[in-house]
Design a protein around this ligand. Structure first.
Ligand code: MTE
Length: 305
C-alpha cells in the first residue's frame, strides 16, 4: 500500500486527509525496482490542494492507465499500455533553458527531490470528446520556472518530449512531427493550476501516462499535456506545437476547453465521461473558469481557439 497514515507528524504537517506519501517512492530506485519493496526513509507530506481539486469521483485507475493517447506508442487507445513498458525512464534529464538567467539540466530524481509533491484531482477533457477525473501527483510548474529566473523576454514556454524511436515504436511513422511539442503563454505556465506530474493515484506515473514527467493544464484540451518531457524552454515567440503543425485548422495554440467553439469535424458541446453512459455538458475552461478566465480578458476565443 503506497499511501500511508503517519501518526507521528506535527499539526503543521497534517493534511485534511491525514495521508502521506514517501517522496522516495517517486525516485529512480522506486521506479526501477517496484515500489512494494521500499521500506524506511524520510516521509514527506503529500499536501492536498483542496481548493483546486475536484470532489468528483476519480475515473477508475484501470481506465486512466489503459485508455490513453500517446502516439509515440501507437494510435489506438490500448497501444500505450501495451507498448510503453519498454521505455527507459532512468537515467532521465530535463533541460530548462532559453530566456532565463539560470538555465539548468536536472536529473529527474533531483527535480522530484527539489519540489514539494501535491495531489491534484483534476478533470481532463480530451479534444476528441471524452473526459476523465485523474488524481495526479506533481508540483506547480511555476516553481521550476522561478528557479531558472526568467528574463523579461520570456513570453512563452515551449515543451519538447522524448524522441527515441528505438523505444517508441510509433515514432517510426510520421503521424506527427517528432518530437511531440507543446507550448503555453508564460502567464498560463505560471498559473497555480498548471502542474508537472510525476505520479497518479498516489503512485509513480506509469509510462503510458507520460513518465517520468508530464504537463497537466486542466482548463485546456488534454493534448496540451505533453508527456515524457525532456526540455522546457522559455522563449520570446509563440512556439510551434505538434497538433497545430499537423492540422492548424483543427488544433489551435490555446486550445482552451470551449463548448461554444466546435472542432471542424465534431461538436465540443458535450463529452463522454469515461465510465458513464449519458454524455454530459462540457463546461467553459473545463469548469476552471473562475480561476483562469481573466487570463483571456479581451481576447476573441473563437479566433484564438
Ligand atoms: N504527449 C505526447 N508526447 N504524445 C502524445 O501523443 N497525447 C496527448 C497528451 N500528451 C500525447 C501527449 C493527448 S491527445 C491527450 S488527450 C493526453 O496526452 C492523454 O493523456 P492520458 O493518456 O494520460 O490520459
Amino acid at each position: 500500500m503506497l499511501i500511508r497514515h503517519a501518526p507521528d507528524l506535527t499539526d503543521n504537517d497534517v493534511t485534511d486527509h491525514g495521508l502521506y506519501l514517501r517522496r522516495r517512492q517517486f525516485l529512480g530506485a522506486a521506479a526501477g525496482l517496484g515500489l512494494a519493496g521500499l521500506a524506511g526513509g524520510a516521509q514527506a507530506a503529500l499536501s492536498f490542494s483542496k481548493g483546486f481539486s475536484t470532489t468528483e469521483p476519480p475515473t477508475p485507475k484501470k481506465d486512466v492507465t489503459g485508455y490513453n493517447n500517446f502516439y509515440e506508442f501507437g494510435t489506438d487507445k490500448a497501444d500505450p499500455a501495451e507498448h510503453a513498458g519498454g521505455l527507459k525512464t532512468r537515467p532521465w534529464t530535463v533541460r530548462v533553458d532559453g530566456e532565463c538567467e539560470k538555465p539548468m539540466t536536472l536529473a529527474i530524481d533531483d527535480l522530484i527531490k527539489a519540489n514539494k509533491l501535491e495531489e491534484r484531482i483534476y478533470r481532463m477533457r480530451c479534444v476528441e470528446g471524452w473526459s476523465m477525473v485523474i488524481p495526479w501527483v506533481g508540483f506547480p510548474l511555476k516553481d521550476l520556472i522561478a528557479a531558472v529566473q526568467p528574463t523579461a523576454k520570456a513570453k512563452y514556454v515551449a515543451f519538447e518530449t522524448l524522441k527515441r524511436p528505438s523505444e517508441m515504436p510509433g515514432q517510426r511513422w510520421d503521424v506527427l512531427q517528432w518530437p511531440y511539442r507543446e507550448g503555453l503563454r508564460i502567464d498560463e505556465a505560471v498559473h497555480p493550476l498548471t502542474i508537472l506530474a510525476v505520479g497518479l493515484y498516489g503512485d509513480v506515473l506509469p509510462n503510458q501516462n507520460g513518465a517520468p514527467l508530464r504537463l497537466v493544464v486542466p482548463w485546456k484540451y488534454g493534448f496540451k499535456g505533453a508527456k515524457s518531457i525532456v526540455r522546457i524552454s522559455l522563449v520570446e515567440k509563440q512556439p510551434a506545437t505538434a497538433w497545430n503543425l499537423s492540422a492548424p485548422r483543427e488544433y489551435g495554440f490555446y486550445s482552451n476547453v470551449n463548448p461554444a467553439v466546435d472542432h471542424p469535424r465534431w461538436s465540443q458541446a458535450t463529452e463522454r465521461r469515461i465510465g458513464e453512459f449519458r454524455r454530459r455538458e462540457t463546461l467553459p475552461f473545463n469548469g476552471y473558469g473562475q480561476y483562469v478566465a481573466d487570463l483571456y480578458r479581451g481576447m476573441d476565443l473563437r479566433t484564438n481557439f
